[in-house]
Write a protein that binds this ligand. Structure first.
Ligand code: XMP
Length: 517
């Protein structure tokens, strides 16, 4: 989608939990944004040809000798630069200001008095003080030469600075979070007025450019689309259908690791609602065979990713001239995989990217690779993808396999499908489904004693989990009403044979993840 080079803001990531949020805020203002890790080289930056650069926050301190850095050549590119939190401190450090570790740390809300004449604070006519969101322990004690202080907070004298002639700015607080008053105006001032980006990143333009790009790359060839039935691949199907019509062949692999009734629902949505031709491949036995005796979560992911591709390859041999494999990879998968590969603490490999075998016989076509989930949903809506499909909770690529702790078997999948279906049905019936970001059930490899009627039972334990999150990088367990939880538990124990106990997972992310494996 970058072929036509929309005006772009480059975000350099120093490990802040808010990096993706910055990128989304920029896009919400109709400007394209790209996130790159801090060690991106200057040649790549020049290829991106950004109209402006934002340096993210991060957990590091610039006084650390092995601090995360970015190529200093960015300051010679003659594009505006905005440093946020760590990004601001790094600018101060590079320009010989003084950054100290302060005893007066600031976390949370604070008052910020700003200089109205700075171009960063244009159009803020509300009042003198803004309520802003801080999260730092280092401070800028002395301004670098040529920089002026353009704002102070309760505890920090230099909370914002500017080198107006070179259009370099720094903010100690986070304009990207909703808790910061007028944060939106500040970001808009930077991208629209200082960087002079055009507002060209709109749903209509994204669809048109995407369709044009698909046509240009695919030409007369055929595309095989790996449909999972989730939001992403369904939107890809709708886009591909618009772009290449009958050259598209959709294949849905039944891995046996799907939700209850998923196969029929996908069939209905794709063939009846979207009127796209679909082939269903029943490959459950192959997947269960490959997963036999496998208990390690990462191994499960790799095996499923690889088996998936192999099944597709053999399926594709049935069609002539298929050259491309369509995939519903989205931008957070790409960002996470690129930073995962560098960091030692890889959390998990993602099915779409990390789990893909190195050698595949298709060229990949990934039309939504540059998009965030909310953008994918907007596109889906414009392309008439059914609303209930767009508002579905996410479901992991490896399916129920990563919700079954230990070895995956058909019996366990059947139990988990029943549990999951009751859980989802109840939260839908009680009106909670759309207030929850993701709800799931987990099969535990332990048994527990119970009594039903007069009989003593020794059956499985399942966990249920519902979380709320903005970006799936951090999440909180939902405080579901006790009455609802009790109703769900009663139904599960009564209706699912072999389950005698239900527990509710209240762990946040971090330290937990959303999925259990
Ligand atoms: P975690 O468990 O890492 O999950 O907190 C974050 C989000 O990603 C989904 N997830 C996956 N999606 N392939 C996917 O396509 C995977 O292997 C995978 N693992 C986790 C998870 O359901 C949640 O929405």
């Amino acid at each position: 989608m970058q072929n036509t080079n929309p005006d772009t803001i480059l975000i350099i990531d120093f490990g802040s939990q808010y990096t993706q949020l910055i990128a989304r805020r920029v896009r919400e203002k109709n400007v394209f944004s790209v996130v790159k890790p801090n060690d991106v080289n200057i040649k790549d930056i020049k290829n991106i040809n950004p109209k402006g650069i934002i340096l993210s926050g991060g957990p590091e301190s610039v006084s650390n000798k092995r601090k995360l850095q970015v190529s200093k050549s960015i300051f010679n590119l003659d594009v505006p630069i905005l440093g946020i939190c760590y990004g601001m401190q790094l600018i101060a450090d590079y320009f010989n200001g003084t950054v100290i570790s302060s005893t007066k740390k600031e976390f949370g809300h604070t008052n910020f008095v700003y200089n109205k004449t700075s171009s960063l604070f244009n159009h803020i006519n509300l009042k003198k003080k803004l309520n802003v969101w801080m999260s730092h322990s280092d401070n800028i004690a002395k301004l670098p030469k040529n920089f002026t202080c353009i704002g102070s907070s309760t505890n920090t004298k230099i909370s914002a600075f500017a080198y107006e002639n070179k259009k370099i700015y720094g903010l100690q607080f986070h304009p990207e979070v909703t808790h910061t008053e007028c944060g939106n105006i500040i970001i808009s001032n930077f991208i629209h007025h200082i960087c002079k980006c055009k507002k060209s990143w709109t749903t209509r333009n994204i669809i048109n450019e995407s369709i044009q790009n698909i046509k240009n790359s695919v030409q007369n060839n055929k595309v095989l689309l790996a449909l999972s039935g989730g939001v992403d691949s369904t939107v890809v199907a709708a886009l591909l259908k618009r772009a290449i019509g009958k050259q598209l062949t959709c294949v849905f692999i039944n891995t046996g690791l799907l939700r209850k009734n998923e196969v029929n629902e996908v069939k209905f949505n794709i063939t009846k609602k979207l009127k796209i031709k679909l082939t269903i491949v029943n490959a459950e036995n192959i997947f269960f065979k490959k997963l036999r005796n496998i208990t390690d979560p990462e191994k499960k992911r790799k095996i499923i990713g690889e088996t998936f591709i192999r099944v597709f390859e053999s399926e594709s041999k049935k069609y002539k001239d298929i050259k491309y494999l369509g995939q519903g990879t989205i931008y957070p998968d790409v960002i996470e995989s690129s930073s995962d590969s560098k960091k030692s603490d890889v959390i998990k490999s993602h099915h779409n990217v990390g789990g893909l075998p190195k050698k595949i016989n298709f060229k990949l076509i990934e039309p939504i690779r540059n998009l965030f989930k909310d953008e994918v949903r907007k596109i889906g809506k414009t392309l008439s993808v059914p609303e209930e499909l767009l508002s579905r909770h996410p479901f992991p690529g490896p399916g129920l396999a990563v919700r079954i702790i230990g070895e995956v078997t058909k019996d366990k999948v059947a139990i988990l499908q029943d549990v999951d279906s009751i859980f989802i049905e109840e939260i839908k019936n009680q009106g909670y489904y759309n207030q929850i970001s993701q709800a799931l059930a987990v099969f535990l490899p332990i048994k527990s004693v119970g009594v039903m009627g007069d009989q003593r039972k020794y059956n499985y334990v399942v966990a249920i989990r519902a979380v709320n999150t903005i970006d799936f990088m951090t999440a909180n367990a939902c405080e579901l009403p006790y009455k609802l939880l009790k109703q769900i538990s009663t139904r599960i124990v009564n209706e699912v044979p072999n389950v005698s106990r239900v527990v509710y997972d209240i762990t946040s992310k971090p330290p937990g993840t959303i999925e259990w494996e």
